[in-house]
Write a protein that binds this ligand. Structure first.
Ligand code: SAH
Ligand code: SF4
Ligand code: F3S
Length: 483
């Protein structure tokens, strides 16, 4: 495990770089570090960087790895993008809007870079895995210094050095990989909670989704590596982990010694000092009875499950290649609720998938009525080039999509306000995360089910799990008092 123990300044990088990972990256970190040191001595100030993340929690975790490497290289993180010496965008391409935001932000940066030509700009993440995107960048965004993808993020230090030694835009994108590099530096955003990758990639190929194309084939980390990482995190003050994967329920299938996700959870549960376990995302088709059983018996797994339904119409689910029916989904919800009473369920829903009729949409509304989610992320279908759904006939007109989307959102929010209030006047354990932004006599924390609670307290509570009486529900959050 990487423990800030490597003495980069004493490393001899006049020799050839090692071939093995992660030693090779340590070598490049040392080289980059020498450059940053010389440069900041010349300027008489530290060099600064900004890591901007778009997209999901996987990307957020990847960004923590980028931050970890940048810190070891010698950069100091800042929030002032316009002043920074190094800016990196870790991009998302799951919906068209995600891409548009990146291009918008790049346009702004171009204006800044014209004034500060020494500024270095790097792009990485899912959007870079799309050849059309890279082509467009090469043509119209020549001011970008470095472009890499999702599979070679661990090579960031090496690519950085390559850019220093060349005057040209560096582009390195891999189609796929079967490699997982362990033990690189990470800079956590929160001292008390952390994401932990348990698997990478996705093999599901839901017909609307770009993720399998940009994140590659499914591969799981070895359980020993995961446990070791969590043990180190706990020793470093972490009390809550979020296990990350596009489909955590199929964890372990590709390992030399296959292991189920439920079995992994049981191992993680044993780690002393760890208090809360979360995970996402769960694909309904792979959610096993074994997992439900483990959740029911666990003292650490949070009573919350994000279970994306996407659509309530069995016909549309078929076209989406989700491989479950409306009835199977509802059955699953029933089994979960029987085993774990009070479990909070959240979901993702897509409106306007090609061919969706009013009847199909009403099936989705029906699932929402029946399940009564604590919250739901609702999305308008977005056409992703290269996915099967992009070429399907009967794309739904925008005005119809907007109308359905508004109806769905209204109902989701009404139900959510009602279900969330069911904990009013109970006592719940809350992990305190911050001093309240608006009122410094309050702190803000999260319940087991991820809902926010504001209550009187001070900084000393941050990172602690405390019992809180929930005095009032304010829709999507609570006001409480320590007991
Ligand atoms: N692996 C996760 C989802 C990752 S993407 C899972 O299977 O649940 C997050 C969400 O984005 C998806 O659940 C889906 O609701 C939404 N999404 C993905 N592709 C989309 C598209 N083309 N248009 C609209 N929403 C999309
Ligand atoms: Fe996309 Fe489906 Fe994989 Fe989730 S499970 S990432 S929605 S293909
Ligand atoms: Fe976006 Fe990539 Fe995540 S496309 S949602 S950042 S896996």
């Amino acid at each position: 495990m990487y423990e800030n123990r490597i003495e980069f300044d004493k490393m001899d990088f006049t020799q050839e770089p090692p071939v093995e990972e992660p030693q090779r990256q340590y070598y490049y970190i040392a080289r980059a570090r020498a450059y940053v040191k010389a440069e900041s001595e010349r300027l008489g100030r530290p060099l600064t960087c900004v890591v901007t993340t778009f997209g999901c929690q996987m990307n957020a975790r990847d960004s923590e790895k980028l931050s970890g490497i940048l810190r070891q290289i010698g950069y100091v993180e800042t929030t002032e993008e316009e002043q920074a010496d190094f800016v990196i965008f870790n991009t998302c391409t799951v919906r068209e809007n995600a891409n548009l935001r990146v291009y918008g932000r790049l346009g702004q940066l171009n204006r800044v870079k014209k004034k500060h030509p020494h500024m270095m700009i790097a792009l990485c993440g899912c959007m870079m895995q799309e050849p059309e995107v890279v082509e467009k960048l090469q043509k119209s965004y020549r001011f970008v210094d470095l472009i890499f993808g999702t599979h070679n993020i661990y090579k960031f230090a090496e690519l950085f050095v390559r850019r220093l030694e060349s005057e040209r835009m560096i582009i390195d994108i891999w189609k796929d990989t079967d490699k997982i590099v362990e033990d690189l530096p990470v800079e956590r955003k929160y001292p008390f909670k952390s994401g932990v990758n348990i698997m990478f990639g996705c093999n599901n190929f839901c017909s609307y989704c770009i993720v399998p194309y940009v994140r590659g084939r499914e591969r799981s980390r070895n359980p020993q590596d995961i446990i070791r990482e969590i043990e180190h995190l706990v020793a470093d003050g972490v009390v809550e982990v979020m296990l990350l994967g596009q489909n955590v329920n199929s964890y372990g299938k590709t390992l030399d010694e296959p292991m189920s996700f439920a079995a992994l959870l049981q191992e993680i549960e044993k780690i002393e000092g760890l208090e809360r376990i979360r995970f996402m995302t769960s694909h309904p088709k792979d959610l096993s009875d074994e997992l439900i059983d483990v959740m029911a018996r666990s003292k650490k797994i949070c009573r919350h499950l994000h279970l994306p339904v996407q659509s309530g119409s069995t016909r549309i689910l078929g076209k989406m290649n989700r491989r479950y029916t409306k009835e199977q989904y509802l059955q699953l919800v029933k089994r979960l609720r029987d085993a774990v009473p009070d479990i909070s369920l959240t979901t993702d829903i897509i409106v306007g998938f090609p061919g969706e009729t009013e009847e199909d949409f009403l099936e989705t509304m029906d699932v929402v009525e029946q399940v009564r989610y604590d919250s739901a992320f609702t999305f308008q279908y977005s056409k992703r080039t290269g996915t099967p759904a992009a070429t399907m006939e009967n794309q739904v007109p925008q005005d119809v999509v907007t109308d359905r989307f508004d109806r769905l959102l209204t109902r989701v929010q009404e139900i959510s306000a009602q279900t969330c209030s069911r904990f009013e006047h109970t006592i719940q354990n809350v992990l305190v995360e911050t001093v309240n932004d608006h009122d410094s006599s309050l702190v803000t924390g999260r319940m087991d089910n991820n809902l926010l609670v504001h209550f009187p307290g001070n900084e000393s509570l941050i990172g602690k799990i405390v019992p809180v009486k929930l005095t009032e529900c304010k829709g999507f959050y609570y006001i409480g008092e320590c007991v």
